[in-house]
Design a protein around this ligand. Structure first.
Ligand SMILES: [Fe+2]
Ligand SMILES: [Fe+2]
Length: 291
């Protein structure tokens, strides 16, 4: 249905970077789906797959969001923000990406493919164990938001179609704002709990490399079944090729410094230690990006 295309062939220099402004909360009705320039995305199968997978996982995110909300139920401020802002915004990301897929690739039956995905995802979705203390869980959430911010920043840089570029910028701004909330709450709890840097650093690294492969592969398989079956290909081989193309996209379009700063911030390192720590964090970030 969506012809194969490569991600990497576009000259980077031809596209001046669009600044990612910080934005206030937005609604679905703010997105002008009627203005989508379909010709710029219709044949990009990597983009189609990536956006559809993101729409599936974001839409399914409320499945386990309540686990985090109930972990903080003794803290009305944190639990209130999680339930009223964070969860709502994550689900809105799914709805906005779904609407984009339905407008840009109208032959794809989003709902029926999502239904088959969700049936499997609800049984097998990777739920990372909550950390043993609130401060450490909040540090781990900073890593998750760093990861999603990196994804949408890369997407924003890669995409030329204006409506998706705008949507990626909006979601990116939300993920950065989520990071800031989690970081602020982390500092508050860390003052009480007083974990050493080694413990916090280990938590950050652990969550960074916690495997999300199963969730990604689950989403990919359902998209693949709906679009590629009968073409004499195999899902394992196509998934590997897809990951290679996404790796190329990440190498070219992922932000370089902001994720490193986001990773290190919960460690509150003194200035003399920061240069060495940044070198280590950059290496970790590159491994994570290309894993
Ligand atoms: Fe999100
Ligand atoms: Fe988020």
């Amino acid at each position: 249905m969506v012809p194969e295309a490569t991600v990497a062939q576009r000259p980077i220099a031809a596209r001046p970077p669009t600044p990612l402004r910080s934005r206030t909360p937005w609604r679905l009705s703010d997105i002008d789906y009627g203005a989508i320039d379909r010709a710029r995305v219709a044949n990009d199968s990597t983009l189609f797959t990536l956006v559809t997978m993101a729409s599936f996982v974001e839409t399914g995110s409320d499945l386990y969001a309540h686990v985090l909300v109930s972990y903080f139920d003794q803290d009305p401020e944190v639990a209130g923000w999680l339930a009223q802002s964070w969860e709502h915004e994550e689900v809105q990301h799914g709805a906005a990406l779904r609407a984009y897929v339905e407008h840009a690739w109208p032959d794809f039956d989003w709902q029926s493919v999502y239904d088959t995905f969700f049936e499997e995802y609800a049984k097998t979705c990777t739920v990372p164990d909550l950390e043993p203390s609130h401060a450490l869980e909040l540090a781990a959430r900073c890593v998750v938001e760093m990861g999603t911010a990196t994804l949408y920043s890369s997407l924003h840089d890669y995409v030329e179609e204006p409506v998706l570029k705008d949507l990626a910028a909006r979601i990116y701004a939300d993920e950065v704002r989520h990071y800031k909330h989690f970081y602020r709450y982390f500092r508050r709890y860390q003052q009480r709990e007083g974990h050493g840097r080694w413990r916090v650093g280990r938590t950050l690294a652990k969550r960074m490399f916690a495997s999300r492969d199963d969730d990604g592969y689950c989403a990919y398989r359902h998209v693949w079944r709906a679009t590629r079956m009968g073409e004499g290909s195999s899902v394992e081989r196509d998934y590997q090729a897809f990951l290679d193309r996404v790796g190329t996209l990440a190498r070219r379009h992922a932000p370089r410094e902001l994720p490193v700063d986001m990773l290190l911030r919960p460690l509150s390192l003194p200035a003399p230690a920061l240069t060495g720590a940044k070198a280590v964090a950059r290496t970790l970030y590159r491994c994570w990006l290309h894993a």
